[in-house]
Design a protein around this ligand. Structure first.
Ligand SMILES: Cc1cc2nc3c(=O)[nH]c(=O)nc-3n(C[C@H](O)[C@H](O)[C@H](O)COP(=O)(O)OP(=O)(O)OC[C@H]3O[C@@H](n4cnc5c(N)ncnc54)[C@H](O)[C@@H]3O)c2cc1C
Length: 434
């Protein structure tokens, strides 16, 4: 199918099927079972087998049409691809339909207080008890854990083998006694992620995905999809709704979540109206209004930000072209992640410089945001301070900047690996933090 065919085909399907008066659940049922919600997935499992670049064009076409986007979040992004790659047919039947139709939301129960960059050092354990496993441990930084029905759980199932070999990946039910989700408030005032405490929680052997003690390989599939999404060079700006039973959106009117024409970046396939990105536009607008656009150093950094965004866009196009030609460019996903970190830091510093001392004011909830906007006369100030406060996150999640550099050094440039005996020593005999 050519690009034009794909866009024409999904547009014709939308013409016949989009109805803003459907509930979100009804709309997602139609979209999810049509193959257009996750067109990069295999055809036999709710997709259309399209390359990633084509799938992004489909998402853009849905946004341009003004219809509510497919269910987002970690179900479609990570859990689904992991399960269709490693699950058996029963497991695919159990989980995939509810992901593409947004009936169930997922979170990623990977990181722990002592296991982030060193994920294979995780301590949360699952012990076999008949046809079930009993899970005890603590997870942290669990994005969306407070509105998730299921979790991608990594647990240690054999401590007496080297650490990468004793881990198992489970599809874990969050609705059960023994699961305590505690929100963590961020600098921005929001609470997107959580601590999750697991005490004698249970998971059936039927929910063990990809084989007992094979969780490291399965987790690498999950992480590969995470890296690919972070380095994919932009998403569409269509409407969205939190999926799952806890988010409370399934029974609401689909049209209320659909994008307005202005919010969709029609036809561009990019995430913002201008080449520099959405925050670039905001900062330029403020700088023009308060005279900072005449400051030589501000102008210099605006050009730097614009250039970095353009380099990111062109690099993403190079990767797409390479993939279309059946090759890949080693290390580009890691470089894209590093470049995103540079862009958010520069956006933070430049934005705060342009707004001046007003940057010390931040609205932590809607009421405060309105007070700040009316006191300063600047409705965009909160976008600047929110971006500045959130800028600490992208250099950490999905693998920190240092870890990206380690990967480029070891796997792309062929530098020696860090010395150690961790690959051979049983996990139970490794020295532990604390
Ligand atoms: C916004 C956000 C959302 C997240 N969402 C989730 C989620 O949904 N689910 C989930 O499981 N996790 C999530 N995480 C956790 C994230 O994956 C970890 O924070 C990340 O892997 C880093 O781990 P850590 O915080 O334990 O830091 P550490 O690994 O302790 O690192 C601390 C510092 O040491 C450096 N360092 C560590 N090891 C090395 C090394 N070998 N070489 C050089 N430097 C090193 C790091 O770069 C960092 O600067 C999220 C994090 C953020 C910020």
């Amino acid at each position: 199918m050519s690009t034009t065919d794909v866009v024409a085909e999904v547009s014709a399907w939308l013409e016949a099927n989009w109805d803003p008066d459907l509930t979100v659940a009804e709309w997602w049922e139609r979209l999810g079972t049509s193959g257009w919600a996750v067109p990069s997935w295999p055809e036999e499992w709710f997709g259309k087998g399209l390359p990633r670049a084509e799938a992004l064009r489909v998402a853009q076409a849905i946004a341009d049409f003004g219809a509510l986007a497919a269910p987002g979040g970690l179900g479609t992004l990570l859990a689904g691809p992991t399960i269709y790659s490693h699950g058996d047919d029963d497991q695919k039947r159990t989980y995939l339909r509810d992901i593409v139709t947004g009936k169930q939301a997922w979170c990623q129960l990977f990181s722990e207080p002592g296991a982030g960059s060193d994920l294979a050092g995780l301590n949360c354990k699952a012990e076999k008890d008949g046809d079930e496993w009993v899970v005890n441990g603590q997870k942290v930084w669990t994005s969306g854990g407070h509105w998730s029905d299921l979790g991608m759980l990594l647990a240690r199932t054999d401590p007496d083998v080297p650490k990468h070999q004793g881990i198992t990946w489970f599809a874990f039910d969050m609705h059960q006694p023994g699961v305590e989700v505690r929100p963590l408030k961020e600098l921005t005032g929001q609470a997107i992620f959580n601590e999750v405490f697991l005490t004698d929680a249970r998971v059936a052997t039927a929910s063990l995905i990809g084989g007992r003690n094979n969780g490291w390989a399965v987790a690498n599939t999950t992480l590969g999809h995470e890296r690919a999404s972070l380095g994919s060079g932009g998403t569409t700006r269509g409407g969205s709704a939190v999926p799952g039973t806890i988010g409370g959106n399934l029974s609401r009117r689909a049209g209320d979540f659909a994008p307005t024409p202005a919010a969709s970046t029609k036809g561009s396939g990019r995430s913002s109206g201008s080449r520099g990105g959405a925050m670039y536009d905001v900062i330029v607008g403020i700088a023009k209004g308060n005279g900072k656009s005449q400051d030589a150093l501000v102008r210099q950094d605006l050009v730097r930000l614009y250039s970095l965004s353009e380099i990111g866009r062109v690099s993403a196009e190079r990767v797409k072209a390479a993939r279309a030609a059946g090759t890949d460019i080693a290390g580009m996903a890691n470089i894209a992640k590093l470049s995103m970190s540079m862009i958010v830091r520069l956006t933070r510093d430049l934005g705060l410089r342009v707004v001046g001392n007003q940057g010390m004011l931040h609205g932590y909830d809607q009421a405060e945001r309105e007070v700040v906007a009316s006191a300063t006369g600047n409705p965009f100030l909160n976008a600047v301070t929110n971006t500045a406060l959130y800028a600490q996150a992208p250099p950490i999640y999905g693998g920190t900047d240092q870890i990206q550099r380690n990967i480029i050094g070891e796997r792309v440039l062929g530098l020696p690996k860090e010395p150690g005996n961790e690959r051979d020593t049983p996990f139970s005999q490794l020295p532990k933090n604390a």
